[in-house]
Write a protein that binds this ligand. Sequence first.
Ligand code: F0G
Length: 409
Amino acid sequence: MLRHKLQCFDCQREPAASEADFRCTICGGLLEVKFDLKGKKKPAWDHRQLSVWKYREILPIENEESIVSLAEGGTGLHRCRRLGRELGLQKLYVKNEGENPTGSFKDRGMTVAISKAKELGKKKVLCASTGNTAASLAAYSARAGMECIVLVPKGKVAGGKMLQVTMHGAKIIQVKGDFDQAFVTALELTKRRRELYLMNSLNPYRLEGQKTLAFEISDQLDSKTPDTVILPVGNGGNISAAWKGFTEFQQLSIAKTRPRMIGIQAEKASPIAKAVKRRENKIRPVHNPQTIATAIRIGSPVNWPKVLKAIKESKGTAETVTDSEILEAQRQLATLEGIFVEPASAASIAGLKKLKTNRRVDPSETIVCVTTGHGLKDPSILNRLPKSQTGYSLETSDQTSIDNIERAL
Ligand code: F0G
């Protein structure tokens, strides 16, 4: 493993980090892991299989025996010719993170953060979540033999995710209100009880795992950097982790350039996209955020400084999409490409469609849309589909009924 340190993202100093909330003890800024990559060559990892741990030299785990894994990463980068044709784009790819062990990109971060927790001797982990982080943490803590507590917004978590956390035996606390209230509660609990280890994306070790998304995209394109990478944004951990990953590959001279990063938010939960559009360097939190994409129903995203910097440095942008645009994109991706993703993930496709319509992407660009979670996470979408798509019902198998069905084929 290469040398690294924890550093404040804002003041660049190396404070004695407060582990309770992972904030800089000097200025209160977000923390990040800094690897010393100056003058370093690419580690000899080419022979290894594509996965998070392929890149272990630049992951912050001291001892390989600490690694807790369920075989995460190595997800498909799918060339989408049929959808591309429909949208008028020549080189469209989908990096499908729903192929991870618990069905979302969170597993990339969780394998690293839980391994770190083990290395630090932690026994009890906790997070606030809209569902996927909770499902992932529940699985990895079960694998590590740790106690797990998840705080979720009451009645607002997709059914598949609730089933996962329940099945893995996490202690579930349903908080009245949104994710934002659940997060404040989680922070308060970690301050009161020192034995609790926070696993939200404030934990910089998680983002280290998530940066491997960028490494894999680069490797899957034979080190040719895509022009544009589009991701759904909630708390902003993933887009900033991906940007860090692309930056580190450039520092190691593996890639020559870095892509333009574009973040997509749901219209009524879009503090980051609004800040970008208004050209402000701070967000204004949204109260009572609303969207069918419950995974990104967040009004006060904690990683906003990292997101705004990634978008600015990459000359990227942010866009908003409506719930019906999200549902339409979800169906298009499923019917044209066979890739079934949850609504939050489809936001990246819906955003791309809007950007193409507004001529903010070029037809010949290489574009990667990241789809972050599997479609089976949220079966409630079935109720939102038009009747014509949910099948015919055959009451009896008499000849007339079969004749009617045949006519409809
Ligand atoms: N897509 C999905 C499917 C998600 O679950 C999330 C976040 C995001 C996108 C946004 O990623 O927060 O890194 O910008 N889900 C979190 C959770 C909040 O608790 O599962 P982000």
